[in-house]
Design a protein around this ligand. Structure first.
Ligand SMILES: *Cc1c(COP(=O)(O)O)cnc(C)c1O
Length: 437
């Protein structure tokens, strides 16, 4: 038996793998045939049987320029030919140094000037949380030790990141083991917070413009600017979690740029390497960094790091991804495709008036609520997993995407062509019709 025999691989996977966010009893059920993705090319993914699918959620929101992009492949191979890893503890490596500079240059001069690398969105958040807490300790405000976040927020799955989150299914079991965090429905509610309470806040954390895992829920325009103002007024640090929104997803390089906001901490991951390798960055201001400076024996050092911090393979690919933004004029070319996405969504809703409720778009991200009776606002029972069944049906029409409960998500790579976008929308329409009739 060879290891590329699908039946054998399926048996091995069902016997030994434990998949994230997955009820393994369903995964290992005899009827379930796991989809092995073996190859990618541009926006297309190929399974072990050679069938192809459009990558409708950009491989869980990471991919920007397509799979097997020649520039990114070359950067990866070129760095692999030199060295795959260098420890950032005690050594520097060229791609990481260059990437730190390139990231800082995406922001107005003198704002976010320091870059701390880690591995995933969650670790970028952990890092910002620890920096915020230690910053307040070092500057004589140890009482600033709690956090404010928003209801339905998602900031990752490590312990601190999870307890900042506001989706109870993911966080409720662990809430009491984590950070002291208050959750607010919106800006108006946060503004009601008494001054004596905000005086104990270390930071507020937000997914700017759009809450991804909440089901692609958009914030009202101006909210981010108002939050920045409130934080300044109350001496509270602002953490912007751009793990999802960073690198062009919202139509600009960063969501913060839509409202001219500079956070105190900026967390980046998913799109940082164009969807190639795990890498994250936490950017901060020089004034925060400076609080950590001192003689060694003062122990102001930020004692935090991971084995793969600043990995040169990942950093080389991230640099190449930033170069592709220039070479391919990615953001300018995205604008008409965002407009097309908008009109195709309007058409789709008109085609399924009974089953499509709210349809939200932010940049090149769409979230579509599926309901049993949209005009009456009546949902399907969540237990029957209508969203997942629609995505399974859309797979037959050549689209892979993953819903959030009964919200369908469409956010293909930024390089998706207009024809490919139409294909994706058609497949979604097929899925809705097949399941909801
Ligand atoms: C995905 C995500 C995270 C967590 O990133 P991981 O790389 O999965 O740890 C954090 N915040 C937001 C907004 C995300 O979408």
């Amino acid at each position: 038996m060879t290891s590329d025999d699908p039946a054998t691989l399926t048996q091995w996977d069902k016997s030994h793998a434990w998949h994230p966010f997955t009820q393994m009893q369903d995964w290992t059920a005899p009827a379930h045939q796991p989809l092995f993705i073996t190859r990618g090319e541009g926006v297309w993914l190929y399974d072990i049987e050679g069938r192809r699918y459009l990558d409708g959620n950009s491989t869980i929101w990471t991919n920007l320029h397509g799979h097997r992009h020649p520039r990114l492949d070359a950067a990866l191979a070129g760095q692999a030919a030199k060295i795959a890893h260098v420890s950032a503890l005690g050594f520097a490596n060229e791609p990481a140094t260059r990437l730190a500079r390139a990231l800082v240059q995406l922001w107005p001069e003198g704002t976010l000037q320091r870059v701390f690398f880690s591995d995933d969105g969650s670790t970028a958040i952990e890092c910002a949380v620890k920096m915020a807490l230690q910053y307040h300790q070092l500057t004589g405000h140890p009482e600033r030790s709690s956090f404010a976040a928003f209801e339905n927020a998602y900031h990752g799955d490590t312990m601190a990141a999870a307890t900042l989150g506001g989706i109870s299914t993911f966080t409720e079991r662990f809430r009491r083991f984590g950070l002291s965090t208050g959750h607010f429905p919106d800006m108006a509610a946060l503004e009601q917070m008494p001054r004596e309470s905000s005086a104990t806040l270390a930071a507020v954390i937000i997914e700017p413009l759009i809450q991804g895992s909440a089901g692609m829920r958009t914030w009202p325009a101006g909210m981010l600017g108002a939050l920045r103002h409130w934080c300044n007024e109350r001496g509270v640090l602002l953490i912007c979690d751009e793990v999802l929104t960073g690198f062009g997803r919202t139509g600009r390089m960063f969501a913060c740029h839509h409202e001219g906001v500079v956070p105190d901490f900026l967390c980046l991951a998913k799109g940082l390497t164009g969807g190639y390798l795990p890498l994250a960055a936490t950017l901060t201001r020089e004034s925060i960094y400076e609080a950590f400076l001192g003689r060694f024996e003062e122990l102001k050092t930020f004692f935090y790091g991971h084995s793969y911090t600043g990995n040169p393979l990942a950093c080389a690919v991230a640099l190449a991804s930033l170069e592709v933004f220039q070479e391919e004029d990615t953001l300018a070319r995205l604008q008409p495709k965002m407009a097309l996405m908008g009109s195709l969504l309007t058409d789709l809703k008109a085609r399924h008036p009974q089953h499509l409720g709210a349809v939200r778009q932010c940049g090149f991200i769409a979230g579509l609520d599926v309901l049993a009776d949209a005009p009456a606002g009546r949902p399907f029972p969540w237990q029957v997993q209508t969203g997942a069944r629609i995505c399974l049906a859309a797979r037959d029409a050549g689209l892979l995407t993953r819903p959030i409960r009964d919200t369908l998500i469409l956010m293909p790579p930024l390089c998706t062509s207009e024809a490919e976008l139409r294909h994706a929308m058609q497949a979604l329409s097929h899925g809705i019709a097949a399941v909801c009739r």
